[in-house]
Design a protein around this ligand. Structure first.
Ligand SMILES: Cc1cc2nc3c(=O)[nH]c(=O)nc-3n(C[C@H](O)[C@H](O)[C@H](O)COP(=O)(O)O)c2cc1C
Length: 314
């Protein structure tokens, strides 16, 4: 595990069915909260990222679990945010088990985080049912490169016993140096041509691949990208996951308002008809109905009562 490194170059050899199943089986054996996952596989090397022989797409999957629950005559009532959090943990543990199992069988791999932003396309391509959300992808194959292990934060920046320490400037700088020096020593970003461009006008570019390293990369990534959650929330909703309560509330408020205003309009017209003033623009069906309505006192009383009720709601 201490020698793990992501692999982005692969030889052509296709892993056998047995190897693939062993890797997925090892993934399944990870601890789980509810086995809320499914694994999609593509062996179309030509179309896979980094031309990897295998592309696994790991999905948060509540479709299967809800089929089981339905057979037991249960419906999930837990909110989707909670379910999604647990699903993400199930998928993540499975993914890492697959990485480790792959490595033990001589395969390299690399996780790809962009799947969730293409959830609609992936769903269409694999014909996913609702309640299945593609979370992360994992390319795999026999390595055609042997990079050094990438650096990690020092232990003083990672393991906090009993209480979270105040991280002083020295500790932050040491952590930054460990990461930046480590990545620079490997020419990591130059090798991948992976410098994130600065948004127009925001800052002046002063970095070259001699100085651009992890802390600048990660700052650019989260400092200027995807500020609004809507895109992801919409993709989740398309897949049948409703994360925000606001939406449910908004829908129901909109629905009530529409209901109340149409009821109010209807009752006003009924009242008008009870005063025998049928608006001229009404069609003959409506006119006949209005005449029928206006003939009964109890109907008129009923309309007046309903109108009062609607007005008090508004
Ligand atoms: C959730 C997640 C998403 C990632 N997305 C990508 C990606 O889109 N492209 C890529 O080349 N590597 C991706 N990686 C791999 C990381 O870049 C890599 O793990 C990290 O730089 C540390 O390097 P190492 O795995 O070689 O130790 C991702 C890793 C994770 C865990």
């Amino acid at each position: 595990m201490l020698e793990h490194k992501s692999i982005r170059k692969y030889i052509d050899d296709m892993p056998s069915d047995d190897t693939i199943e062993t890797i997925v089986r090892a993934g399944q054996q990870a601890p789980f909260a509810s086995q809320a996952y499914s694994v999609l596989l593509s062996r179309r090397r030509g179309r896979n990222p980094y031309r990897a022989p295998l592309l696994f797409t790991l999905c948060v999957d509540y479709h299967k679990l809800e089929l089981i629950m339905a057979k037991r005559k249960w419906k999930p009532v837990t909110n989707d945010l909670t379910l999604m959090f647990f699903g993400i943990q199930d998928v993540s543990l499975m993914a890492e088990n697959m990485v480790v199992a792959g490595r033990s069988l001589g395969l390299g791999s690399c996780l790809l985080g962009g799947a969730m932003y293409r959830a609609d396309i992936i769903a269409k391509s694999y014909k996913l049912p609702k309640r299945v959300f593609p979370l992360v992808q994992l390319v795999m194959g026999y390595p055609d490169e042997s990079p050094s292990s990438r650096p990690r934060y020092p232990m003083e920046f990672t393991l906090f016993e009993d209480e979270y320490p105040e991280l002083d400037d020295g500790a932050v700088s040491r952590a930054m140096s460990a990461m930046d020096d480590g990545y620079l020593a490997q020419n990591y970003y130059r090798g991948q041509r992976a410098k994130i461009p600065l948004e127009k006008g925001a800052r002046k570019e002063t970095y070259t691949y001699d100085s651009y390293s992890w802390t600048e990369h990660i700052s650019r990534k989260w400092g200027q990208w995807h500020m609004k959650p809507k895109e992801l929330l919409d993709l989740l909703e398309e897949r049948g996951f409703f994360i925000t309560e606001e939406r449910t509330r908004k829908v129901s408020i909109e629905f009530c308002l529409r209901l109340v205003s149409s009821a109010s309009a209807y009752i006003s017209s009924v009242e008008a008809c009870s005063r025998k003033s049928v608006p001229s623009e009404r069609n003959s069906m409506e006119k006949r109905f209005h005449m029928w309505f206006s003939k009964s006192r109890s109907r008129r009383t009923c309309a007046a009562w309903a109108r009062g009720w609607v007005v008090s709601l508004l």
